[in-house]
Every structure is written in C-alpha cells, then in structure tokens.
Design a protein around this ligand. Structure first.
Ligand code: DX5
Ligand code: ZN
Length: 225
C-alpha cells in the first residue's frame, strides 16, 4: 500500500518572533503538515513551547497540525493539546509506563494517535498496540534539538517499522536530520511523512520555502517504490 507523501516542516527552526506568519508562509509553500515540537526540559534537555502557542497558531493554517510531545508525563496534557487544535498527537514510547492508555486517551479526544521511538528503542515495542495507533514516528536523531545529523541505522529501523505496519492505515514518519540527501533513504523503505526543520526554514518567506519544500519533495518522491 502506498501512503501519500507529506512534507511536515518543524517550526522549531522558524523565526519564533513571527511564528504565525512563518506557519502561514510554509503552508502556502505547499507543506501538508505542520510539525510542532513540544519539549519540557525533563524528557529532553530543551524547552520549546506549549499548547497556548499552538492554539494561537491554529488560525494561520489549514494544514494538519502534527504535535510531537517530548514531555513526560504526557497524559495530563493531552486534552490541552487536543483543545489547542492539534490533529495528530504523538507521545514517546519511553515517556510513560502506560502507552496503550495514552493512545486510547488521544483517540477518545477525537485525534489521531502517534508513537515516537528514540533511536535506541526497537520497533517491537509497538507490536501489541498496532490497532490503537495511527502513526509511527521514527526519531532519526536524539530528540531535543534541530540541526543534528541523521543517524544512518534509522534507515533499517524505518524498513522494519514499514514491515510491521503491513497494510494497516498507519502513517510512517521520520524526524531529524531529514534533507534532500537523507529523505530518499527513508522514503525508499516506506516512510511517507517527512519532518524537516533546518532543511525547510532556509531564507525567509513563501518563495524561499516553496523552493526548499519542493526540493525535499522531489528527492523523496524519486525514491519511492
Ligand atoms: C528534534 C525534533 C525535530 C527537529 C528536526 O527533537 O523532534 O522535529 O526539529 O529538526 P531538523 O530537521 O533540523 O533535524
Ligand atoms: Zn519532532
């Protein structure tokens, strides 16, 4: 089954002083999803932004709001992120002891449920929750910062996740160090949602972002089976 390709710019690399405009511009440039990296300074060694910022950004785009929660615990905040207008809410498998409960909670809020895996976490942790999730996010860097180098071993891991998904309606997303050089490696083995921060937010404004989004899309499409 071929899942449609989506480019998901991470606004972590955008200009925080004008985030609304940045989200509007990158949407106009052709991004299907907006990737929202939420960090708590506890689960990951960095702090970004929370539901109030996401809520303020919601009117600036009709794209899918793809929320990546790098927070622990996540459960107490799921409702706030749902209310803020997130469409997909992804928790880390490492962030809490009750992954199945977190996924059920996200779906009960009417949102798509995702699970993110740190580089060292095997895809086998998802074997028994496949009926309860809508997206698998493979971290191809250690979460916490933009602009890091893609970890090559994550290509094989993405292939494993693709096999595990089979014909199920589950999106396969890769996040971290995704560029026109690394994107084809993961789309060749089944990834269909590409998160990119620094590779997209180069220059400023719609015209610049259209170029970076198109470059990424072309490189990614070319390698798809
Ligand atoms: C890292 C975040 C990523 C990051 C990607 O913790 O989850 O979404 O912003 O940034 P780049 O594309 O610059 O690696
Ligand atoms: Zn992310």
């Amino acid at each position: 089954m071929t899942r449609p390709l989506k480019i998901a710019p991470s606004i972590l690399a955008a200009n925080f002083a004008k985030l609304g405009q940045e989200v509007a511009d990158v949407t106009e440039a052709g991004a299907e999803w907006i990737h929202l990296d939420v960090m708590d300074g506890h689960f990951v060694p960095n702090i970004s932004y929370g539901p109030a910022v996401i809520k303020a950004l919601r009117p600036f785009s009709t794209a899918v709001f793809d929320c990546h929660l790098m927070i622990s615990p996540a459960d107490p905040y799921l409702e706030a992120f749902a209310d803020a207008g997130c469409d997909v809410i992804t928790v880390h498998a490492e962030a809490g002891p009750h992954l199945h409960r977190s996924l059920q909670k996200i779906r009960s809020l009417g949102k798509k449920a995702g699970v993110s895996l740190n580089p060292a976490t095997p895809v086998s942790v998802l074997e028994h929750v496949l009926d309860d999730l809508d997206l698998i996010l493979i971290m191809s860097v250690n979460p916490g910062f933009g602009g890091q180098k893609f970890i090559p071993a994550m290509v094989e891991k993405t292939a494993q996740a693709n096999l595990l998904i089979g014909n199920r309606p589950i999106e396969l997303e890769v996040d971290g160090g995704v560029t026109a050089e690394t994107a084809p490696l993961v789309t060749a083995v089944g990834a269909n949602v590409l998160v990119a921060g620094s590779a997209v937010f180069k220059g400023e404004g719609v015209d610049d972002y259209r170029k970076t989004v198109d470059t990424l899309r072309k490189a990614a499409e070319g390698a798809r089976a």
